[in-house]
Design a protein around this ligand. Structure first.
Ligand SMILES: Nc1nc2c(c(=O)[nH]1)N[C@H]1C(S)=C(S)[C@@H](COP(=O)(O)OP(=O)(O)OC[C@H]3O[C@@H](n4cnc5c(=O)[nH]c(N)nc54)[C@H](O)[C@@H]3O)O[C@H]1N2
Ligand SMILES: Nc1nc2c(c(=O)[nH]1)N[C@H]1C(S)=C(S)[C@@H](COP(=O)(O)OP(=O)(O)OC[C@H]3O[C@@H](n4cnc5c(=O)[nH]c(N)nc54)[C@H](O)[C@@H]3O)O[C@H]1N2
Ligand code: SF4
Ligand SMILES: [Mo]
Length: 726
C-alpha cells in the first residue's frame, strides 16, 4: 500500500487489527544526512506508522516526502532479503540464495587470499555519503589492514570543507540554528537547503531560520526559490565561485567593511590576503563570473553590514578542481566580518559524541603511505585530512590498469557506484575488472548487479546507531533504534563485526553497543545510552566565543587567512582563482563543438542521490529526470518544454526531459544526477540512459590538495531526441 508524498506534515499509516498493542519506539530518520526525530509505531512486529517527533529540536514533528515514505521503503517488494551469490558471468543477472554463514565465509576466504597474494592494499572499501554506518566502513578497512577506503563525496562534498576548516579555523563551523538568536543576514552559497537538508542540518531548522525575515544573498546559477526571494541573487557562471569570492573579499577589504578589532586580534595573514586580492576587483571578476561588478559590490556590502550573518554553503563549491581555495576564500567572509562563534552566525559545536574509533592506528606508517593518492593529495589522504581516504580516480585506475598497484577487491556498503562516481563508464570498467566485488545494499542496484556476492542491508528502522548532528559539531545527540526486522537483513555495523570475527582480525570485533556506549561516554553530552534511547535525542545548550579561552586550534592560535599548514604541506597559503579545466575560457577549442556550460546534481526533495526511484509515491510525484534550459536556447535547438533532450559531452551522451525556464542563463544547462530506472530490465536498469555521470570527468587536473574532480561547469551540447531515437 502506498501513501502520498505530497505533503511535508503527513505521517504514513496502515490499518491494523485493533486488538494488538502498539509499541512506540523513539528513533531518528537517517534517509538523508539529517536526523529528524520519529516515533515508530510497531504492531505485531511490523512498522505500521511513522510520525515525526514533535519534541525533536530538528524537525518539531515534521517529515519530508522521503521520511514520509519510510514504510514503503522498509516493506518494498524489491528489498534484498537474503544474501545472494552470482552463478553466471559478472553482470549476467543469475543468482542463487545462500546463507549468511556461507556468504561471510566465502567473503572472508576470498579476502584473505587476495591479502596473502597482493597485500591488504589490494582490497578497497567503498561507501556512500553521511549515513549511519559511514565511519564503520573505514573502521573495518583499517582492521583488515587496508588504507584504501573511499566515498564519492569525500573529495567532492563536505570533507573539503571539513579539512579546510580544520586547517584554517582549527574547527568546523556550522550555523547556529538552535540558540534562538535569528540571523540578520544569510548568504546561501552553492547550496539549496530547502531541498537538500544536508550535513546534519534538517531542512526544517533551515526554514525556521528564515522566519525572522533576514536579508538573503544567493549564489546560484539557477533561480531556486531562495534565489527568487533573495535580496540579491548572484547568478554566476558555474565553476567560477573562486573568482566571485575573491572579488567580494576585495570589496570588504578595500572599503574597510571588516570587523577591525576581530581581524587584528583573531586572524593571521590579513596583510598578505589584502595584497592577494588587491587586483581582484569586481570589474576583473565580471567577465569571468558573468555577474555584474555592481551586484558583486552590493552583495559584499550587504553581507558585511548586516550582522549576525550565517554562511550556508553547499557542495556546489566542491565540484570543481580548485575546491580547497574556493572554500578558503568563501570562509574568509565570515572570518573578516567577525561572524564566527557568535549567536545567529557561524558556531563551533558542542561535540556531544567522542571521536569515532576509526582504528587507523592499526595501519603501519608504510601502509598509510600506500593509500591511493596520499602522496599527492594530502588534504584527502594524508596529514591534512581529518579521516584520510583514497582518491577515487586513482582507485578506479588501479582497478582498470593495475597501476600504481592492483586493486582486486571492492567491498561496497551503500554506494551505487555507477551513478555517483564521476565518469561512470570508467568506473564500470574498473568494477568489471575486479576479482571480488561485494555489495551491501537495500536494493539490487545496477552496481549490485555486477557483484559476486550481494548482502541485504537493514534500513534505518531496522538498526541501532548514534548520530551527533550537525555532523562533526554534534550539538544534538540522537539514538537510532531497531524497531523491526525484514527478511534476513543485517545492519552494516553487524556485518562488519561478524566479518571481523570470521576473519580473526586483531581489532574491530567488539559488539556494536560496546562501541556506541564508548562513543557517547567520550563526548560532552553527559547522558548514557539508555537515557538517550528512551528520549531519542539530547540537545546541548550552546556556548559562544569559545576561542577566547584558548585561541583557535591552529598553529598561530588564530584564524589563518594565510595558512601555515597549507604552506607546510607545499600548497599555496593564500586563495587564488583558477579557471575550471574544461570551460569556454580554458578550452575554447572544445567550446566550439560543445558550446553550453553544463552543471549537474541540484537536489530534489523526492530522492536522495540515486535512491528512491522505486518508491511509487515518490516516483509518481517526480517521474522523470529533468534538464533545465533557457527559452532562447530551447528555441535555437527546436526544443519544447517536456521534450526529451540529448545532452552530450566529450565523455558520452544521455537524455533527460526539458524544463524550459527563464531561471537559467541561456548559455547554461543543468542536468539531474543519480538517475537509473529500477523498473527497466536487469542488469543495467537503464543506468546509461539518463545518468549525469556519463557526462562528467574524472581526469586531471585535480585540486592539488584534495584531488577533487570536475562535476559542475563542464562543456556540453544538446539536441532534441527525435521520435524513434534512443
Ligand atoms: N532530498 C535530497 N537531499 C539531499 C540529497 C539528495 O539527493 N536529495 N543529497 C545530499 C547530498 S550528498 C548533498 S552533498 C547535499 C547537497 O545539497 P546542496 O549543498 O544544497 O547542493 P545542491 O542541491 O546539489 O546544489 C545547490 C545549488 O548549487 C547550484 N549550482 C550548480 N552549479 C553551481 C556552481 O558552479 N556554483 C554555485 N555557486 N552553485 C551551483 C545548483 O543550481 C543548486 O541550486 O544534499 C544532501 N541532501
Ligand atoms: N554528476 C554528479 N555526481 C555526483 C554529485 C553531483 O552533484 N553531480 N554529487 C556527489 C555527492 S555530493 C555525493 S555525496 C555522492 C553521493 O553518492 P552516494 O552517497 O554513494 O549515493 P548513491 O550512489 O545513491 O548510493 C547510496 C546507496 O546506498 C544504499 N543504501 C541506503 N541505505 C543503506 C544502508 O543503510 N546500508 C547500505 N549498505 N546501503 C544503503 C542505497 O540503496 C543506494 O544504492 O554523489 C556524488 N556524485
Ligand atoms: S529531512 Fe532527512 S531525516 Fe528528515 S524526514 Fe526527510 S529524509 Fe528523513
Ligand atoms: Mo554529498
Amino acid at each position: 500500500m502506498e501513501t502520498t508524498a505530497a505533503t511535508s506534515e503527513a505521517s504514513t499509516a496502515q490499518p491494523a487489527p485493533p486488538e494488538s498493542p502498539v509499541e512506540i519506539v523513539k528513533s531518528v530518520c537517517r534517509s538523508c544526512h539529517g536526523g529528524c526525530g520519529v516515533n515508530l509505531h510497531v504492531q505485531d512486529g511490523r512498522l505500521v506508522k511513522v510520525e515525526g517527533d514533535r519534541a525533536s529540536p530538528l524537525n518539531h514533528g515534521r517529515l519530508c516526502p522521503i521520511g514520509t515514505s519510510t514504510i514503503d521503503l522498509v516493506y518494498h517488494p524489491d528489498r534484498l532479503k537474503y544474501p545472494l551469490r552470482r552463478t553466471g558471468p559478472r553482470g549476467g543477472g543469475q543468482w542463487e540464495r545462500i546463507s549468511w554463514d556461507e556468504a561471510l565465509g566465502e567473503i572472508a576466504r576470498r579476502l584473505q587470499a587476495i591479502k596473502d597474494e597482493h597485500g591488504a592494499e589490494a582490497i578497497a572499501m567503498g561507501t556512500g555519503t553521511g549515513r549511519h554506518h559511514i565511519r564503520w566502513v573505514s573502521r573495518f578497512g583499517h582492521a583488515l589492514g587496508t588504507p584504501n577506503w573511499c566515498e564519492p563525496g569525500f573529495a567532492q562534498c563536505f570533507h573539503p570543507r571539513i579539512n579546510t576548516m580544520l586547517q584554517t579555523f582549527g574547527e568546523f563551523p556550522v550555523n547556529d540554528f538552535t540558540s534562538g538568536t535569528k540571523p540578520a543576514c544569510i548568504l546561501y552559497w552553492g547550496h539549496n537547503p530547502l531541498n537538500s537538508g544536508p550535513d546534519g542540518e534538517t531542512r526544517f531548522v533551515v526554514r525556521e531560520s528564515l522566519v525572522g525575515k533576514p536579508r538573503t544573498i544567493v549564489v546560484d546559477p539557477r533561480r531556486t526559490q531562495l534565489a527568487a526571494e533573495a535580496d540579491i541573487w548572484l547568478q554566476l557562471r558555474p565553476g567560477t565561485d573562486d573568482a566571485l569570492a575573491l572579488a567580494m573579499l576585495h570589496v570588504v577589504i578595500e572599503e574597510k567593511l571588516y570587523d577591525e578589532a576581530f581581524v587584528r586580534e583573531w586572524t593571521h595573514g590579513f596583510e598578505q590576503l589584502a595584497e592577494r586580492v588587491r587586483e581582484r576587483t569586481p570589474e576583473w571578476a565580471e567577465p569571468i563570473t558573468w555577474v555584474s561588478a555592481d551586484k558583486i559590490r552590493a552583495a559584499a556590502r550587504l553581507y558585511a553590514a548586516t550582522r549576525p550573518s550565517m554562511m550556508e554553503w553547499g557542495c556546489a563549491i566542491e565540484h570543481t578542481p580548485n575546491c580547497i581555495q574556493t572554500v578558503r576564500a568563501i570562509s574568509m567572509l565570515p572570518a573578516l566580518t567577525g561572524n564566527v562563534d557568535v549567536p545567529g552566525g557561524w558556531v563551533f559545536g558542542m561535540k556531544g559524541l567522542g571521536r569515532f574509533p576509526s582504528l587507523i592506528e592499526n595501519l603501519s606508517p608504510e601502509m598509510n603511505a600506500k593509500r591511493l593518492g596520499a602522496d599527492r593529495f594530502k588534504m584527502l589522504g594524508g596529514e591534512g585530512a581529518d579521516l584520510p581516504a583514497a582518491h577515487i580516480p586513482t582507485l578506479v585506475q588501479a582497478m582498470r590498469t593495475g597501476k600504481p598497484y592492483p586493486v582486486k577487491a571492492f567491498m561496497v556498503f551503500g554506494n551505487n557506484t555507477l551513478t555517483t562516481f564521476g565518469n561512470a563508464k570508467e568506473a564500470h570498467e574498473g568494477l568489471m575488472n575486479l576479482d571480488l566485488l561485494v555489495v551491501a545494499d537495500l536494493f539490487m542496484t545496477p552496481t549490485a548487479e555486477l557483484a559476486d556476492i550481494v548482502l541485504p542491508a537493514a534500513s534505518w528502522p531496522e538498526l541501532d546507531q548514534l548520530a551527533g548532528l550537525p555532523t562533526i559539531a554534534a550539538n544534538v545527540v540522537l539514538a537510532q533504534r531497531r524497531a523491526v526486522r525484514v527478511g534476513e537483513c543485517k545492519s552494516d555495523e553487524e556485518i562488519f563485526v561478524e566479518l571481523a570475527r570470521k576473519m580473526n582480525l586483531p581489532v574491530g570485533t567488539e559488539d556494536v553497543d560496546v562501541v556506541l556506549q564508548d562513543l557517547l561516554a567520550r563526548g560532552g553530552s553527559g547522558v548514557n545510552l539508555q537515557e538517550l534511547r528512551e528520549k531519542g535525542f539530547h540537545d546541548m545548550p550552546m556556548r559562544f566565543h569559545k576561542y577566547k579561552d584558548k585561541g583557535f586550534k591552529t598553529p598561530t592560535g588564530k584564524i589563518e587567512l594565510y595558512s601555515t599548514r597549507l604552506e607546510a604541506m607545499g600548497y599555496d597559503p593564500l586563495p587564488y582563482y583558477e579557471e575550471p579545466p574544461e570551460s569556454p575560457l580554458a578550452t575554447p577549442e572544445v567550446a566550439q563543438d560543445f558550446p553550453l556550460v553544463l552543471t549537474s546534481g541540484a537536489r530534489i526533495p523526492f530522492f536522495f542521490n540515486s535512491e528512491h526511484r522505486q518508491i511509487r509515491a515518490l516516483r509518481r510525484a517526480y517521474p522523470n529526470p529533468i534538464m533545465e534550459l533557457h527559452p532562447q536556447t530551447a528555441a535555437a535547438h527546436g526544443i519544447k518544454h517536456g521534450d526529451w533532450v540529448w545532452i552530450e559531452t566529450l565523455r558520452g551522451k544521455i537524455q533527460q526531459k526539458a524544463k524550459v525556464t527563464e531561471g537559467i542563463d541561456p548559455r547554461v544547462v543543468h542536468v539531474e544526477h543519480g538517475w537509473w530506472f529500477p523498473e527497466d530490465k536487469s542488469p543495467d536498469h537503464g543506468v546509461w540512459r539518463s545518468n549525469a555521470n556519463v557526462l562528467t570527468r574524472n581526469g586531471p587536473p585535480y585540486d592539488p590538495a584534495m584531488g577533487t574532480y570536475h562535476l559542475r561547469g563542464l562543456l556540453c551540447r544538446i539536441a532534441r531526441v527525435e521520435p524513434g531515437e534512443g
